[in-house]
Design a protein around this ligand. Structure first.
Ligand code: IPE
Ligand code: IPE
Ligand code: MG
Length: 246
């Protein structure tokens, strides 16, 4: 698979869906699928780093996922701890820093502690930023920013006319990240499930029928290839875009 280096997306965001179905199809409990999913995460992190992606954001647990059976939620929370401990050395070696978006304060103390340690130990990584979306909801994130704005206006610290797109964007939990260029969803569903709604307005979307544990580096590079062939117009005409490239 050839990947045009000039067209590798700078920020890739992935909705890793299909773990449960992967397990059920094999007669295994759903957490088994999440464990296999962690393997796919490792492969995709390596693949993105090797391809020169600067930002990788992974939807690991949505705010809505708290409504799943307790046994599954508990298994996921333990898996995040395991992931943090197992991956730290390799992430450091590859100079990848880790961050969290969403509401990490919702996570159990042991999970939070393991993630905090992972964040601290990888803080120096300058080659790629891996953001884990945990207890994440795009709408809640937006509501949080609006509340902050209202509170500042209330205290006379912000004028309503200062609240614009870039103010809101900077006050989301993705504030330090650029907008995603490519959003990938595995698992065959055609929806965003509350993932980066404000940030993805001009992202290219790639839907894969593969279940997340089956998604490999080859599939990632295939997605980059399709991305490389697309014309991003941002509202302009094709002619204007081509002129701008000359
Ligand atoms: C995505 O896989 C992982 C998480 C939501 C944590 P699912 O668990 O949603 O898998 P399916 O969609 O049920 O197959
Ligand atoms: C989206 O998958 C959330 C994650 C991948 C973490 P879901 O499986 O929760 O999404 P829906 O419920 O099918 O929309
Ligand atoms: Mg799902």
């Amino acid at each position: 698979m050839s990947t045009n280096a000039a067209r590798v997306p700078r920020h890739v965001a992935i909705i890793m869906d299909g773990n449960g179905r992967w397990a059920v199809a094999r007669g295994k409990p759903r957490p088994e699928g999440h464990r296999e999913g962690a393997r796919a995460v490792r492969e995709v992190v390596r693949g993105c780093r090797a391809a020169g992606v600067e930002y990788l954001t992974l939807y690991a647990f949505s705010l809505a996922n708290w409504s799943r059976p307790k046994t599954e939620v508990d298994a996921l929370m333990r898996l995040f701890v395991l992931f943090a401990k197992k991956e730290v050395e390799e992430l450091r070696e590859r100079e990848i820093s880790v961050g969290v978006i969403g509401r990490p304060e919702d996570l159990p103390a042991t999970t939070r502690k393991a993630l905090d340690e992972l964040i601290r130990k990888t803080a120096g990584g300058k080659k790629m930023r891996l953001s884990l979306a945990l207890s994440y909801s795009g709408r809640e994130d937006l509501i949080g920013a609006v509340r902050q704005a209202a509170a500042l206006v209330d205290r006379g610290k912000l004028r309503p006319e200062e609240i614009d797109g870039s103010w809101i964007r900077a006050h989301l939990s993705t504030g330090i990240l650029p907008d995603p260029d490519l959003v990938i969803r595995t698992g065959g569903e055609y929806r965003l499930s509350d993932f980066l709604p404000f940030e993805s307005v001009y992202a290219e979307l790639h839907f894969s029928p593969l279940l997340w544990p089956d998604f490999t580096e080859k599939d990632l590079l295939a997605a980059f290839d399709t991305y490389g062939g697309r014309e991003r117009r941002f509202g302009r005409t094709s002619e204007q875009v081509k002129k701008g490239q000359e």
